[in-house]
Design a protein around this ligand. Structure first.
Ligand SMILES: NC(=O)c1ccc[n+]([C@@H]2O[C@H](COP(=O)([O-])OP(=O)(O)OC[C@H]3O[C@@H](n4cnc5c(N)ncnc54)[C@H](O)[C@@H]3O)[C@@H](O)[C@H]2O)c1
Length: 335
Protein backbone atom coordinates (compact mmCIF):
# COMPACT_ATOMS: atom_id res chain seq x y z
CA UNK A 1 0.00 0.00 0.00
CA UNK A 2 2.82 2.39 0.95
CA UNK A 3 2.21 5.99 -0.02
CA UNK A 4 0.07 5.09 -3.03
CA UNK A 5 -3.65 5.62 -2.89
CA UNK A 6 -4.56 2.33 -1.31
CA UNK A 7 -6.14 -0.77 -2.68
CA UNK A 8 -9.91 -0.71 -2.89
CA UNK A 9 -11.76 -3.29 -0.94
CA UNK A 10 -15.27 -4.15 0.10
CA UNK A 11 -14.59 -7.11 2.34
CA UNK A 12 -15.73 -9.79 2.62
CA UNK A 13 -17.22 -9.54 -0.85
CA UNK A 14 -14.18 -8.46 -2.64
CA UNK A 15 -10.48 -7.99 -2.39
CA UNK A 16 -9.69 -5.76 -5.28
CA UNK A 17 -6.50 -3.86 -5.77
CA UNK A 18 -6.05 -1.09 -8.24
CA UNK A 19 -4.08 -2.52 -11.05
CA UNK A 20 -0.64 -0.95 -11.12
CA UNK A 21 0.47 -3.25 -13.92
CA UNK A 22 -2.07 -3.51 -16.70
CA UNK A 23 -0.43 -6.68 -18.04
CA UNK A 24 -0.85 -8.61 -14.78
CA UNK A 25 -4.18 -7.50 -13.37
CA UNK A 26 -5.12 -8.18 -9.79
CA UNK A 27 -8.68 -9.33 -9.78
CA UNK A 28 -11.68 -9.20 -7.48
CA UNK A 29 -12.71 -12.40 -5.73
CA UNK A 30 -16.23 -13.04 -4.60
CA UNK A 31 -17.26 -15.96 -2.41
CA UNK A 32 -17.36 -19.05 -4.56
CA UNK A 33 -15.31 -17.56 -7.35
CA UNK A 34 -12.70 -19.59 -9.07
CA UNK A 35 -9.59 -17.40 -9.35
CA UNK A 36 -8.24 -19.18 -12.48
CA UNK A 37 -11.66 -18.71 -14.08
CA UNK A 38 -11.51 -14.99 -13.36
CA UNK A 39 -7.99 -14.77 -14.73
CA UNK A 40 -9.18 -16.40 -17.94
CA UNK A 41 -12.04 -13.92 -18.08
CA UNK A 42 -9.66 -11.00 -17.57
CA UNK A 43 -7.89 -12.10 -20.73
CA UNK A 44 -11.21 -12.19 -22.58
CA UNK A 45 -12.29 -8.67 -21.65
CA UNK A 46 -13.65 -6.52 -24.45
CA UNK A 47 -11.18 -4.04 -25.86
CA UNK A 48 -13.06 -0.75 -25.62
CA UNK A 49 -12.44 1.89 -28.27
CA UNK A 50 -15.70 3.82 -28.26
CA UNK A 51 -18.14 4.90 -25.58
CA UNK A 52 -21.74 6.13 -25.87
CA UNK A 53 -23.14 8.17 -22.98
CA UNK A 54 -26.93 8.42 -22.71
CA UNK A 55 -28.11 11.47 -20.77
CA UNK A 56 -26.05 14.66 -20.76
CA UNK A 57 -27.04 16.03 -17.35
CA UNK A 58 -24.95 16.37 -14.19
CA UNK A 59 -23.45 12.90 -14.55
CA UNK A 60 -23.62 12.17 -18.25
CA UNK A 61 -21.50 15.13 -19.33
CA UNK A 62 -18.95 14.27 -16.64
CA UNK A 63 -18.76 10.64 -17.79
CA UNK A 64 -18.30 11.79 -21.38
CA UNK A 65 -15.52 14.14 -20.22
CA UNK A 66 -13.71 11.30 -18.40
CA UNK A 67 -14.17 8.91 -21.34
CA UNK A 68 -12.87 11.34 -23.97
CA UNK A 69 -9.90 12.31 -21.79
CA UNK A 70 -9.10 8.62 -21.27
CA UNK A 71 -8.74 8.22 -25.04
CA UNK A 72 -12.12 6.79 -26.01
CA UNK A 73 -14.05 7.96 -29.01
CA UNK A 74 -17.10 9.34 -27.16
CA UNK A 75 -20.64 10.13 -28.24
CA UNK A 76 -23.02 12.05 -25.97
CA UNK A 77 -26.77 12.12 -26.42
CA UNK A 78 -29.89 13.23 -24.53
CA UNK A 79 -33.59 13.50 -25.24
CA UNK A 80 -33.01 17.24 -24.85
CA UNK A 81 -30.63 18.71 -27.48
CA UNK A 82 -30.13 21.72 -25.16
CA UNK A 83 -28.79 19.35 -22.48
CA UNK A 84 -26.18 18.06 -24.95
CA UNK A 85 -25.15 21.63 -25.81
CA UNK A 86 -24.96 22.57 -22.13
CA UNK A 87 -23.03 19.38 -21.36
CA UNK A 88 -20.47 20.00 -24.10
CA UNK A 89 -20.07 23.62 -22.92
CA UNK A 90 -19.41 22.39 -19.37
CA UNK A 91 -16.86 19.84 -20.60
CA UNK A 92 -15.02 22.57 -22.53
CA UNK A 93 -15.04 24.84 -19.47
CA UNK A 94 -13.90 22.05 -17.13
CA UNK A 95 -11.07 21.03 -19.46
CA UNK A 96 -10.00 24.69 -19.58
CA UNK A 97 -9.94 24.76 -15.79
CA UNK A 98 -7.94 21.51 -15.80
CA UNK A 99 -5.34 23.10 -18.07
CA UNK A 100 -5.22 26.26 -15.94
CA UNK A 101 -4.61 24.14 -12.83
CA UNK A 102 -1.94 22.05 -14.56
CA UNK A 103 -3.99 18.83 -14.27
CA UNK A 104 -4.59 18.46 -18.00
CA UNK A 105 -2.03 19.23 -20.68
CA UNK A 106 -3.15 21.58 -23.47
CA UNK A 107 -2.53 18.69 -25.93
CA UNK A 108 -4.72 16.29 -23.93
CA UNK A 109 -7.50 18.89 -23.86
CA UNK A 110 -7.41 19.33 -27.62
CA UNK A 111 -7.31 15.54 -28.18
CA UNK A 112 -10.20 14.94 -25.77
CA UNK A 113 -12.38 17.53 -27.49
CA UNK A 114 -11.58 15.98 -30.87
CA UNK A 115 -12.81 12.59 -29.57
CA UNK A 116 -16.08 14.01 -28.25
CA UNK A 117 -19.15 14.05 -30.49
CA UNK A 118 -22.77 14.99 -29.90
CA UNK A 119 -25.23 12.38 -31.18
CA UNK A 120 -28.73 13.32 -32.31
CA UNK A 121 -30.39 10.11 -31.08
CA UNK A 122 -29.87 7.04 -28.92
CA UNK A 123 -29.48 5.00 -32.08
CA UNK A 124 -26.76 7.28 -33.47
CA UNK A 125 -24.89 7.21 -30.15
CA UNK A 126 -25.10 3.47 -29.53
CA UNK A 127 -24.51 2.07 -33.03
CA UNK A 128 -20.95 0.72 -33.13
CA UNK A 129 -20.16 1.68 -29.49
CA UNK A 130 -18.15 -0.86 -27.46
CA UNK A 131 -19.39 0.51 -24.14
CA UNK A 132 -22.71 2.24 -23.45
CA UNK A 133 -23.13 4.17 -20.18
CA UNK A 134 -26.68 5.20 -19.33
CA UNK A 135 -26.99 8.33 -17.15
CA UNK A 136 -30.72 9.12 -17.40
CA UNK A 137 -32.88 10.03 -14.37
CA UNK A 138 -33.24 7.59 -11.49
CA UNK A 139 -36.37 5.73 -12.63
CA UNK A 140 -36.44 1.96 -13.00
CA UNK A 141 -39.05 2.02 -15.75
CA UNK A 142 -37.16 4.66 -17.72
CA UNK A 143 -33.87 2.81 -17.40
CA UNK A 144 -35.44 -0.51 -18.40
CA UNK A 145 -36.99 1.16 -21.46
CA UNK A 146 -33.61 2.65 -22.39
CA UNK A 147 -31.92 -0.75 -22.02
CA UNK A 148 -34.61 -2.31 -24.24
CA UNK A 149 -33.84 0.29 -26.91
CA UNK A 150 -30.07 -0.01 -26.46
CA UNK A 151 -30.27 -3.80 -26.66
CA UNK A 152 -31.93 -3.57 -30.05
CA UNK A 153 -29.17 -1.37 -31.47
CA UNK A 154 -25.92 -2.26 -29.66
CA UNK A 155 -23.47 -4.76 -31.12
CA UNK A 156 -23.42 -8.30 -29.72
CA UNK A 157 -20.14 -7.73 -27.84
CA UNK A 158 -20.92 -4.30 -26.39
CA UNK A 159 -20.87 -3.81 -22.62
CA UNK A 160 -23.89 -1.94 -21.26
CA UNK A 161 -23.58 0.02 -18.01
CA UNK A 162 -26.01 1.96 -15.88
CA UNK A 163 -24.92 4.84 -13.67
CA UNK A 164 -27.84 4.22 -11.32
CA UNK A 165 -27.21 5.29 -7.71
CA UNK A 166 -29.51 2.76 -6.12
CA UNK A 167 -31.77 0.83 -8.49
CA UNK A 168 -31.40 -2.95 -8.97
CA UNK A 169 -28.91 -3.52 -11.76
CA UNK A 170 -30.35 -7.00 -12.30
CA UNK A 171 -33.80 -5.60 -13.08
CA UNK A 172 -32.35 -3.06 -15.49
CA UNK A 173 -30.19 -5.78 -17.09
CA UNK A 174 -33.21 -8.05 -17.57
CA UNK A 175 -34.56 -5.57 -20.14
CA UNK A 176 -31.47 -6.10 -22.34
CA UNK A 177 -31.08 -9.13 -24.62
CA UNK A 178 -27.96 -10.38 -22.78
CA UNK A 179 -27.86 -9.47 -19.05
CA UNK A 180 -24.38 -11.00 -18.75
CA UNK A 181 -23.04 -7.91 -20.56
CA UNK A 182 -24.70 -5.47 -18.14
CA UNK A 183 -23.34 -3.99 -14.92
CA UNK A 184 -23.50 -0.84 -12.83
CA UNK A 185 -20.77 1.76 -13.33
CA UNK A 186 -21.54 4.25 -10.60
CA UNK A 187 -19.51 7.41 -11.05
CA UNK A 188 -19.45 10.34 -8.64
CA UNK A 189 -20.06 14.02 -9.08
CA UNK A 190 -18.09 15.84 -10.43
CA UNK A 191 -16.94 12.85 -12.46
CA UNK A 192 -13.76 14.43 -13.80
CA UNK A 193 -12.56 15.06 -10.23
CA UNK A 194 -13.97 12.30 -8.02
CA UNK A 195 -11.63 9.29 -7.86
CA UNK A 196 -14.17 6.56 -7.06
CA UNK A 197 -15.91 4.23 -9.49
CA UNK A 198 -18.31 1.77 -7.84
CA UNK A 199 -18.82 -1.27 -10.05
CA UNK A 200 -22.05 -3.10 -9.35
CA UNK A 201 -22.12 -6.71 -10.25
CA UNK A 202 -25.58 -8.08 -11.04
CA UNK A 203 -26.41 -11.77 -10.65
CA UNK A 204 -25.92 -12.32 -14.36
CA UNK A 205 -22.92 -10.02 -14.92
CA UNK A 206 -20.11 -12.03 -16.49
CA UNK A 207 -16.49 -11.93 -15.35
CA UNK A 208 -15.52 -10.61 -18.74
CA UNK A 209 -17.98 -7.71 -18.42
CA UNK A 210 -16.61 -6.85 -14.98
CA UNK A 211 -13.05 -7.11 -16.24
CA UNK A 212 -13.86 -4.75 -19.11
CA UNK A 213 -15.33 -2.18 -16.73
CA UNK A 214 -12.31 -2.47 -14.42
CA UNK A 215 -9.99 -1.70 -17.30
CA UNK A 216 -12.09 1.29 -18.35
CA UNK A 217 -12.04 2.58 -14.77
CA UNK A 218 -8.28 2.24 -14.63
CA UNK A 219 -7.85 4.03 -17.90
CA UNK A 220 -9.99 6.88 -16.56
CA UNK A 221 -7.71 7.01 -13.51
CA UNK A 222 -10.43 5.86 -11.11
CA UNK A 223 -10.16 3.72 -8.01
CA UNK A 224 -12.65 0.86 -8.43
CA UNK A 225 -14.64 -0.95 -5.81
CA UNK A 226 -16.87 -3.91 -6.67
CA UNK A 227 -20.13 -4.42 -4.81
CA UNK A 228 -22.99 -6.83 -4.97
CA UNK A 229 -26.30 -5.67 -6.46
CA UNK A 230 -27.80 -4.69 -3.08
CA UNK A 231 -30.09 -1.62 -2.64
CA UNK A 232 -28.01 1.56 -2.55
CA UNK A 233 -24.79 -0.43 -3.07
CA UNK A 234 -22.02 0.71 -0.68
CA UNK A 235 -22.04 4.44 -1.35
CA UNK A 236 -25.65 5.62 -1.65
CA UNK A 237 -26.83 3.49 1.27
CA UNK A 238 -24.44 5.25 3.64
CA UNK A 239 -24.39 8.69 2.03
CA UNK A 240 -28.16 9.05 1.78
CA UNK A 241 -28.71 8.27 5.48
CA UNK A 242 -26.36 11.10 6.45
CA UNK A 243 -27.96 13.55 4.02
CA UNK A 244 -31.52 12.75 5.14
CA UNK A 245 -30.62 13.03 8.82
CA UNK A 246 -29.00 16.42 8.17
CA UNK A 247 -32.30 17.57 6.58
CA UNK A 248 -34.28 16.33 9.59
CA UNK A 249 -31.92 18.30 11.84
CA UNK A 250 -32.53 21.39 9.73
CA UNK A 251 -36.31 20.81 9.95
CA UNK A 252 -36.01 20.51 13.74
CA UNK A 253 -34.01 23.75 13.88
CA UNK A 254 -31.01 22.02 15.47
CA UNK A 255 -28.62 24.33 13.63
CA UNK A 256 -28.26 26.27 10.37
CA UNK A 257 -27.37 24.45 7.13
CA UNK A 258 -23.90 25.99 7.30
CA UNK A 259 -23.31 24.80 10.86
CA UNK A 260 -24.66 21.28 10.22
CA UNK A 261 -22.26 21.04 7.31
CA UNK A 262 -19.39 22.44 9.38
CA UNK A 263 -20.08 19.75 12.00
CA UNK A 264 -19.08 17.17 9.42
CA UNK A 265 -16.36 19.04 7.54
CA UNK A 266 -14.49 20.35 10.58
CA UNK A 267 -15.48 17.73 13.15
CA UNK A 268 -15.30 14.60 10.99
CA UNK A 269 -13.04 15.75 8.16
CA UNK A 270 -15.64 15.20 5.45
CA UNK A 271 -14.55 17.25 2.44
CA UNK A 272 -18.13 18.52 1.90
CA UNK A 273 -21.01 18.75 4.36
CA UNK A 274 -24.12 16.58 3.77
CA UNK A 275 -26.46 19.48 2.83
CA UNK A 276 -24.03 21.11 0.45
CA UNK A 277 -23.37 17.69 -1.09
CA UNK A 278 -27.12 17.17 -1.54
CA UNK A 279 -27.22 20.50 -3.40
CA UNK A 280 -24.39 19.33 -5.64
CA UNK A 281 -26.03 15.96 -6.32
CA UNK A 282 -29.49 17.42 -6.94
CA UNK A 283 -32.39 17.28 -4.47
CA UNK A 284 -34.58 15.49 -7.04
CA UNK A 285 -31.93 12.81 -7.50
CA UNK A 286 -31.59 12.35 -3.73
CA UNK A 287 -35.38 12.16 -3.31
CA UNK A 288 -35.70 9.44 -5.96
CA UNK A 289 -32.94 7.40 -4.30
CA UNK A 290 -34.38 7.88 -0.80
CA UNK A 291 -37.87 6.82 -1.96
CA UNK A 292 -36.42 3.70 -3.55
CA UNK A 293 -34.29 2.76 -0.53
CA UNK A 294 -37.17 3.44 1.86
CA UNK A 295 -39.33 1.03 -0.11
CA UNK A 296 -36.72 -1.68 -0.64
CA UNK A 297 -34.88 -1.61 2.69
CA UNK A 298 -37.97 -0.70 4.74
CA UNK A 299 -35.95 1.37 7.21
CA UNK A 300 -37.32 4.68 8.55
CA UNK A 301 -33.79 6.05 8.20
CA UNK A 302 -34.48 6.32 4.46
CA UNK A 303 -37.91 8.01 4.69
CA UNK A 304 -37.53 11.30 2.79
CA UNK A 305 -38.14 14.32 5.08
CA UNK A 306 -41.04 16.65 4.22
CA UNK A 307 -38.53 19.45 3.71
CA UNK A 308 -36.92 17.52 0.84
CA UNK A 309 -40.27 16.83 -0.84
CA UNK A 310 -41.33 20.45 -0.48
CA UNK A 311 -38.10 21.84 -1.89
CA UNK A 312 -38.23 19.51 -4.90
CA UNK A 313 -41.88 20.45 -5.53
CA UNK A 314 -40.84 24.14 -5.43
CA UNK A 315 -38.10 23.49 -8.01
CA UNK A 316 -35.29 24.04 -5.48
CA UNK A 317 -33.08 21.28 -6.84
CA UNK A 318 -29.74 22.57 -5.59
CA UNK A 319 -26.84 23.76 -7.69
CA UNK A 320 -28.40 22.89 -11.04
CA UNK A 321 -31.44 25.13 -10.39
CA UNK A 322 -29.46 27.82 -8.56
CA UNK A 323 -31.26 27.27 -5.23
CA UNK A 324 -31.17 24.49 -2.66
CA UNK A 325 -29.98 24.55 0.93
CA UNK A 326 -27.58 27.20 -0.38
CA UNK A 327 -28.02 30.04 -2.85
CA UNK A 328 -25.77 28.90 -5.71
CA UNK A 329 -26.38 32.02 -7.76
CA UNK A 330 -24.19 33.84 -5.26
CA UNK A 331 -21.74 30.92 -4.82
CA UNK A 332 -20.80 30.24 -8.40
CA UNK A 333 -22.96 32.55 -10.49
CA UNK A 334 -25.16 29.75 -11.89
CA UNK A 335 -28.64 30.88 -12.77
N1 LIG B 1 -26.22 13.73 -9.49
C1 LIG B 1 -25.32 12.94 -8.88
O1 LIG B 1 -24.50 13.42 -8.09
C2 LIG B 1 -25.29 11.47 -9.19
C3 LIG B 1 -24.19 10.73 -8.74
C4 LIG B 1 -24.09 9.38 -9.10
C5 LIG B 1 -25.09 8.80 -9.85
N2 LIG B 1 -26.17 9.54 -10.25
C6 LIG B 1 -27.18 8.87 -11.08
O2 LIG B 1 -26.93 9.25 -12.43
C7 LIG B 1 -28.18 9.24 -13.15
C8 LIG B 1 -28.36 10.62 -13.78
O3 LIG B 1 -28.40 11.59 -12.75
P1 LIG B 1 -28.08 13.13 -13.07
O4 LIG B 1 -27.83 13.77 -11.76
O5 LIG B 1 -27.08 13.26 -14.15
O6 LIG B 1 -29.51 13.61 -13.61
P2 LIG B 1 -29.84 14.92 -14.46
O7 LIG B 1 -31.28 15.19 -14.23
O8 LIG B 1 -28.84 15.99 -14.23
O9 LIG B 1 -29.61 14.42 -15.99
C9 LIG B 1 -30.39 13.41 -16.57
C10 LIG B 1 -30.42 13.69 -18.07
O10 LIG B 1 -31.02 12.55 -18.71
C11 LIG B 1 -31.80 13.05 -19.78
N3 LIG B 1 -32.75 12.02 -20.19
C12 LIG B 1 -34.00 11.76 -19.73
N4 LIG B 1 -34.54 10.71 -20.39
C13 LIG B 1 -33.58 10.30 -21.28
C14 LIG B 1 -33.55 9.27 -22.27
N5 LIG B 1 -34.59 8.46 -22.45
N6 LIG B 1 -32.44 9.14 -23.01
C15 LIG B 1 -31.38 9.98 -22.84
N7 LIG B 1 -31.37 10.97 -21.92
C16 LIG B 1 -32.46 11.13 -21.16
C17 LIG B 1 -32.43 14.33 -19.23
O11 LIG B 1 -32.88 15.17 -20.29
C18 LIG B 1 -31.26 14.89 -18.45
O12 LIG B 1 -30.48 15.79 -19.22
C19 LIG B 1 -29.26 8.86 -12.14
O13 LIG B 1 -29.48 7.49 -12.22
C20 LIG B 1 -28.61 9.23 -10.81
O14 LIG B 1 -29.14 8.51 -9.73
C21 LIG B 1 -26.29 10.86 -9.95
Amino acid sequence: MGGRRGPCSVRPWVNLCRNADAAVPRVPFLPGDDPPGILAAMKSHTDIQSVAVLGAGTMGHGIAHAAALAGYDTRLTDISPEAVTRGLDSIRANLEKGVAKGKVTPEARVAALARLHPAASLEDAVTGADLVVEAAPESLELKREIFRQVGAVAGAGAVLATNTSSLPVGEIAAAAPDPSRVLGMHFFNPVHIMPLLELVRGEATSESTLATALRVGERMGKECIVVRDAPGFATSRLGVVLGLEAMRMLEQDVASAEDIDKAMTLGYRHPVGPLRLTDMIGLDVRLAIADHLHTTLGSEAFRPPELLRRMVAEGKLGRKSGQGFYDWTSIDGLA
